[in-house]
Design a protein around this ligand. Sequence first.
Ligand code: PSV
Ligand code: MN
Length: 427
Amino acid sequence: MAAPDRIRLTAVWTDRIEEEMSQEKYQLEKGLDLLKKEFGEESVARAVAAVSTWQVEVPSWAFGSFGGGRFSGYTPPGAARTIEEKLDDAAFVHRLTGTAGSVSTHVLWDFSRDGLHADYSLAREVFEAARQRGLKLGSVNPTYFLSGFHRGSLTSPEEKTRQRAIEQTQIAGRIAAELGQGVLSLWFPDGSLYPGQVELRHAYERMRDGLVESLRDVPPTVTVLLEYKLFEPGTYSTVIPDWGTAFLLARHVGRQAGVLVDLGHHPHGTNIEQIVAVLRSEGLPGGFHFNTRYAADDDQAVEPNPELARIFYELLLEEGSGIFPENWTFMLDQASSRENRIEAILHSIDSLQTALARACLVNRKILHQFQRQDDIIAATRFFNQALLQADVRPVLYQARSSRDLPLDPVMAYKASGYQTRIEARRV
Ligand code: PSV
Ligand code: MN
């Protein structure tokens, strides 16, 4: 049998969802009722409310050519060529999901005329372009890894390079304060390839002192998030390789500063939800770069896996006090080369909402009873009943239909004609 073409496939899927929704088995009300019976009315209401209101930032770099070309030079058709086109795509994602009203930016990709320096006036133009599209600028990322930073940024042995990194951080801080949401998100590629290449202690101390100096004049209202990464581009050492180092440095800078967890940057087997638990217990500001990795820093779209649901469970506030702590910022960080970028972002949002809904369904009171009784297997089965086994599609559909949003954002995108239009225009 011949494979259905793209449009036909879209129609088949869209019809199928509508048909399923109208069948008794899949009726929204029925699905919600089943969930209420299993997890309780309050939990289901909370899940619907959380999915309806929670927001995640989308990265400007996901829509452009970055990420493509590493192995084949391939960039998906219709990829955005300019920051304006990236904002167009982000606005369309927001229109389909109502969940992504802020765009994270990268200073040298989005606010630079020469690829070397930050330009505040350009940032102002981008801010205005975003505003016209109903978007805000979210977290601001200085770009410490392009031209001239091959020997590091804040830890470079070259004074000129260090100064360039400091200057970029200061302008980025001003952009975050005046044009963004007051979040400065820092990731440093500084590290080494071979033992003996750099003095590890000197590298750390340079980073610490460089951070203190760069942030001295950044407005105190700005929250600084320090992202850690075990590897890449340094294969032997990275100056901020883990959350402990990020945590220490955050304490050193003596201001609102915390740790940014990127799901792609860990050694395998790391218990990420436990890191979240510690950061929350310490009351530090925190943030997430969501993506999926299987092998390394893959930057693939988010999958609705159980780890993600457990992370959300650790992040959720007590009932009645909002969804997540206010000093946490949530961002996507993905840029895969093969798939359609916009669909990949929509898929990520859908996955995040699935995990969020599942986390909301856990009844902590009952779980704590099992814990008190040391009923180990019952506790884990009860936990997984929500986090692993709950079919939360009715929650998602309810949240979306109550806001007049399409039930399936990816299929709605396929049916929208947007892709055909951008492929024709963006040659
Ligand atoms: C580094 O791998 C990273 O995760 C940082 O967040 C960068 O800002 C981002 O990827 C884009 O290169
Ligand atoms: Mn990241």
